[in-house]
Design a protein around this ligand. Structure first.
Ligand code: NAP
Length: 290
């Protein structure tokens, strides 16, 4: 029995973006089959199927739409197999495709290349089958207390009362709230004429990295302090923390990127999908660990 909007197959519904997507799909009257590798609780309109891209559970032969909030490369490979038909395929990718394309770090270049290959494969297999495919590329995601950037910073700042950055962290950022991404993803399912391409999904405000961090710290209860160190001193501190296992993965490339602008144009997604992201007004609850 369907609930009105149609029947949709969702991957990655247990993730930070997926959770917001499921809530919106149910509110919009979609009948949802969601695949997860771990046990999840069902609710009206939502049926969880246990499995993943490697071990797919039995699925219907066709859906009105397929929406992936999981890893794009796995999804594109599964979709190319063509076992489930759908006129509409929407999948999350990442602006890392463009941001890390020319990185000095080979692992980052590899990530960008994998994202690009996955997008190309998804568009090609969907075109062959006459499906309308859309890739949604978020910038820096926040809002659900599950992101690995701002929520992690907030956790560190809560413990010590301060957060340290190198001076000159003025590169521009566009943090985007999970619920704004979810709204755009659900709109994409019925956006006729918008298929066959990717859309960057930035947040509704462009601000310097240090200002983004300062706003998060000011929103915490109690607020935490931002300490800006001369870059060589910050590098020494980061190296010491890495050597003692208290910091992971924040190397020279990541530090250099704090000065780089990572800015994306919201206009195509606004026009085609109604993407209308909010300005960046962080609240403590958005970074509460879950
Ligand atoms: N977070 C960001 O800042 C950000 C920025 C840009 C783009 N994105 C993209 O947006 C999408 C969703 O991001 P997110 O932050 O919501 O991710 P997330 O919280 O890590 O959730 C991803 C979900 O994908 C599923 N998944 C992961 N590996 C899988 C596998 N091998 N097989 C099947 N399912 C798998 C997991 O579901 P189960 O464990 O239930 O199976 C998980 O709930 C991803 O494509 C991500 O690259 C995220």
């Amino acid at each position: 029995m369907t609930r009105g909007a149609g029947r949709v197959l969702v991957f990655g519904g247990s993730g930070q973006i997926g959770e917001a997507v499921l809530a919106r799909l149910l509110r919009a009257g979609w009948d949802v089959d969601a695949v997860s590798r771990t046990a999840q609780s069902a609710s009206p309109g939502l049926r969880w199927l246990r499995g993943g891209f490697q071990e797919m559970p039995p699925l219907a032969r066709g859906y009105d739409a397929i929406l992936s909030c999981g890893p794009l490369d796995h999804f594109a490979r599964w979709q190319a197999g063509g076992s489930v038909a759908s006129p509409c395929v929407v999948a999350f990718g990442s602006t890392s495709l463009a941001a890390k394309h020319a990185s000095a770090d080979p692992a980052e270049r590899d990530l960008a290349a994998r994202l690009e290959a996955a997008e190309d494969a998804l568009f090609a297999s969907s075109a062959t089958r006459g499906s309308r495919a859309i890739v949604l590329r978020p910038t820096l995601v926040y809002g659900a207390g599950r992101d690995r950037t701002l929520t992690r910073m907030a956790a560190l700042a809560r413990r010590s009362g301060l957060f340290v950055l190198p001076r000159g962290a003025t590169g521009l950022r566009q943090p985007v709230h999970v619920d704004d991404l979810a709204a755009t993803a659900v709109a994409a399912l019925t956006a006729n004429g918008a298929g066959g391409r990717g859309y960057d999904l930035p947040g509704g405000e462009t601000l310097a990295y240090r200002d983004m961090v300062a706003r998060v710290l000011a929103a915490l209860r109690p607020p935490a302090r931002l300490l800006e160190l001369p870059p060589p001193l910050f590098s020494m501190l980061a190296a010491t923390l890495r050597a003692t296992g208290r910091l992971q993965g924040f190397g020279a490339q990541a530090q250099a990127r704090l000065r780089e602008d990572l800015v994306f144009d919201a206009a195509p997604a606004a026009t085609a999908l109604g993407h209308a992201p909010r300005a960046f007004h962080p609240e403590a609850a958005m970074f509460a660990p879950r």
